[in-house]
Unconditional design. Structure first.
Length: 282
C-alpha cells in the first residue's frame, strides 16, 4: 500500500501602514490702527486750595505747590494760576488791586506771602487762596457740518394813495382894544440857579487792629475828635487801607461782620469773623 503525502505551503504578506501627516499653519491677525485725525487740548480749573491761615504767631502764608501737594491733587505742571483772598466772590477783581506788598503769585511755584515785607502795624498776611489750570490732550471727533440753504421770498405791497381835498374858510378877526395898567413891583433880583455843591473828604483811618484789640471802630462818633467832616454825610465809601482803586466793590473783599453804613460809619466786629485769625483787616 502506497501512502500519498500532500505538502501545503502558506505565504504571509507583510502589512503596510500608511501614515498621513497634516501640517497646520496659523496666520496672525494684525489690527489696523487708525491715527487720530483731531487732537484737542482739554483744560480745567481745579478746586480752590487754601492750606494755611496766617495769624500773629505765624504771619506768613505758604500756598506753594510743594507745600500743597500733600493735601490737594493737581497736575505736575499747571498751565495757569489764579490767586485771590479767601471770601472774595468775584475773579473780575484784579489780584494786584488788593494783594499786600511782598505777595508772590507765580504759575511756576504758587503763592507765598512774606510778612516781613509788609508795611504798617498789621504785619500779618491776609488769608489767600489759589487755584490752577491743568491741561491734557484728547483725540476727539470733529463735528459734522451740515450745509443748510434758506430760500427767502419777498412780497412787495404797493400802497394805495387816497386824495383828500380840504376847503378852508377864513373869517375876519375881531379886534378888541384893552388897556392894562402895569403894577408897581419892588426891584428884587431872585437867584436864577441854585446848585448843590458836594466834595469828598479825606480818607479817615483812626484805629489799627491788633491781637489785643482785634476790632476796628471807624464810626462817626469815634472819628470826630480826630477828623473834621460834616454833621450829616450824604454818602460814604469804605475800603481797605492801601487799596489803589475804588472800582472794586467793597462787598467783594469785606470780611464777614463788617458794617459800612452812611448813617453811622464803619465798624468791624472780630467775634463775627470765621477762621483762626480773628482780627479785622485795617
Amino acid at each position: 500500500t502506497t501512502a500519498e503525502t500532500t505538502t501545503v505551503y502558506t505565504t504571509t504578506q507583510p502589512t503596510t501602514t500608511e501614515t498621513t501627516t497634516v501640517s497646520t499653519t496659523t496666520l496672525s491677525t494684525t489690527t489696523a490702527t487708525t491715527p487720530c485725525e483731531h487732537v484737542q487740548e482739554m483744560c480745567e480749573w481745579k478746586e480752590w486750595m487754601n492750606k494755611e491761615y496766617p495769624n500773629p504767631n505765624n504771619p506768613n502764608q505758604n500756598e506753594t505747590y510743594a507745600n500743597l501737594r500733600d493735601t490737594y491733587e493737581f497736575c505736575e505742571v499747571p498751565m495757569g494760576i489764579e490767586c485771590s483772598m479767601a471770601g472774595v466772590d468775584s475773579l473780575e477783581i484784579p489780584f494786584e488791586s488788593f494783594a499786600q506788598e511782598g505777595v508772590t503769585c507765580d504759575v511756576n511755584s504758587g503763592l507765598y506771602c512774606d510778612a516781613s515785607q509788609l508795611s504798617g502795624f498789621f504785619a500779618v498776611c491776609y488769608d489767600y487762596e489759589i487755584r490752577v489750570k491743568c491741561c491734557w490732550e484728547e483725540c476727539v471727533t470733529p463735528p459734522t457740518t451740515t450745509e443748510t440753504t434758506t430760500f427767502s421770498t419777498t412780497t412787495t405791497t404797493t400802497p394805495t394813495t387816497a386824495e383828500t381835498t380840504t376847503v378852508s374858510t377864513t373869517m375876519p378877526p375881531t379886534t378888541t382894544e384893552t388897556t392894562t395898567t402895569p403894577p408897581t413891583t419892588a426891584a428884587t433880583t431872585p437867584c436864577e440857579h441854585v446848585e448843590e455843591m458836594c466834595e469828598w473828604k479825606e480818607w479817615m483811618n483812626k484805629e489799627e487792629p491788633s491781637t489785643s484789640n482785634p476790632n476796628q471802630n471807624e464810626t462817626y462818633a469815634n472819628l470826630r475828635d480826630t477828623y473834621e467832616f460834616c454833621e450829616t454825610p450824604m454818602d460814604i465809601q469804605c475800603s481797605m487801607s492801601g487799596m489803589d482803586t475804588l472800582d472794586i466793590p467793597f462787598e467783594s473783599f469785606a470780611q464777614e461782620g463788617v458794617i459800612c453804613d452812611m448813617s453811622s460809619g464803619l465798624y468791624c466786629d472780630a467775634s463775627m469773623l470765621p477762621g483762626k485769625g480773628q482780627i479785622c483787616l485795617a
